[in-house]
Design a protein around this ligand. Structure first.
Ligand code: ZN
Length: 108
């Protein structure tokens, strides 16, 4: 019979949380990458051009002007009275307006 003290319980919990967050981050990144590929395929089928747009290291991702979701990789941009407003794919499709679509590319 193994008697486990509080120290072992705490270390077990930290390992479980570490594994959980590692798995969570991996699945989140895979899901995000798959979504980017789906959006790009949809834009290609609709013959909508993607304009390369530089992304600076440590640049914060813009938020959708409508739903406030973080938008990255593919940005749907509207020029509204000289101000450039960013929207996510979902909101852009619902608005059915003519957007400029930017594809963020890394600058080394
Ligand atoms: Zn949105």
């Amino acid at each position: 019979m193994v008697i486990r003290g509080p120290h072992f319980l705490i270390s077990d919990i930290s390992v479980q949380f570490t594994n959980y967050y590692s798995h969570f981050h991996r699945s989140l990144l895979e899901s995000s990458l798959a979504q980017t590929h789906r959006i790009m395929a949809h834009l290609e089928e609709a013959f909508i051009p993607l304009t390369p747009h530089p992304r600076i290291v440590n640049e914060t991702a813009p938020c959708c002007n409508n739903c406030l979701d973080e938008v990255f990789n593919i940005l749907f941009v509207l020029n509204h009275k000289g101000e450039y407003l960013v929207y996510c794919h979902k909101c852009a499709m619902a608005m059915k307006k003519s957007f400029t679509v930017l594809r963020q590319v890394n600058i080394i």
